[in-house]
Design a protein around this ligand. Sequence first.
Ligand code: FAD
Length: 390
Amino acid sequence: MKKHYDVVIIGAGVHGLATAYYLAKMGITNVAVFDKGYVGGGGSARSTAIIRANYLTVEAIPFFRESLLLYEQLSKEFKFNILFNQMGRLDLGHSESDIYNLNLRAEFNQALGVDSRIIKPEEIEKIEPRLDLRKGKHHPVLAALWHSPAGTVRHDAVVWGYARAASKLGVEIFPFTEVKGFIKSTSIIKGIDTDKGEVFADTVVNATAAWSSDVMSLIGVTLPIITYPLQAMVTEPLKPILSATISSPKLHAYAYQTDRGEIVMGGPVDPYPTYSQKSTLYMLEELATFVLELLPCLKDVNVLRQWTGLCDMTPDYAPIMGFVEEVDGLVLNCGWGTWGFKAAPISGKMIAQLIGNNKTPDLIKPFNLSRFKSGKLVNEKASATAAALH
Ligand SMILES: Cc1cc2nc3c(=O)[nH]c(=O)nc-3n(C[C@H](O)[C@H](O)[C@H](O)COP(=O)(O)OP(=O)(O)OC[C@H]3O[C@@H](n4cnc5c(N)ncnc54)[C@H](O)[C@@H]3O)c2cc1C
């Protein structure tokens, strides 16, 4: 460890590493990333890594659109395959009010340059013939929002792609090094205190997701972030039967098939805040019930693994990015909840620009911390889980 870095990043998840990479690409290479565990071992290691941009708000749609465009180039940029499979995504509507919401999203998406449109069951069947499209069911599929550029990436390939590319440009990464405190003079940040000693820095970035409130409490800043567990599971591998990612906002369930043939299934966050990463039978049963409602063809398929990660949920289902008013030199890149993996390329790039130019880029201005004081909330209800917590 050097005594001083221009920028210190706390958290070697996808966001911390992407920030480090884009800083180094801008020529700011005296950068160190610290993680209390192994690289990418937080929420990033547990992500089902669905990438999409079909959000609802004028703040979130352009932001996620730009991230998706960066993802499309990432394998080439890293010279390392992140396995971006642009299989498309169906958000299903089961009622008139669902269809009203999906229509709203389609119109906002189209107006803001995101390819998404409403399709009827005849077209849904062509894309996903295994979906149960029978009429008269309790939750019939009446229409869907079809977002063709959406897809999935291999989460650890993205994390390691960023780590390797950043490291090649001179960034230093320190796993198993916990940040225990901050060095501060009046209201200016001077560095961090780790379990391996003090490190001075001009700028410190908090990219610790589920732990971001705890890390901020070390410096007396309160974040409006509560940590919830999020569970997912996969089945045994099958021959290819699904072609898109399928999501039902009403049933709070989604599913897709991986390149290895496993069916990945996920749902909403658990209904209580905790730091426990224990999976529950209750969630397995609930997820299986809802996925079987959509895909009864999976009824005899075995679940192979189930796991839990932690999510840093904000009250308006949108991230927090930018400077902290009370402390000079402190930058936040957190509040990524259940939706953060898809955002890492653009958030990393924007935070790097913010630090390099000492100015907040327009794209991330709406996501500042002070919105929780001013009341200018984003309220991104098309984030996964938003519907479940409402
Ligand atoms: C089951 C599940 C499914 C998901 N599916 C999707 C999806 O399909 N699409 C999507 O976009 N998003 C999804 N997400 C969300 C996404 O994975 C996260 O938002 C994203 O990975 C967060 O990345 P991060 O780098 O901010 O945080 P993390 O990867 O959690 O990294 C934070 C790091 O900070 C470190 N840290 C904490 N405290 C300290 C300290 N004091 N000192 C040093 N280091 C510290 C931790 O060890 C950790 O490695 C999912 C999440 C889960 C759990």
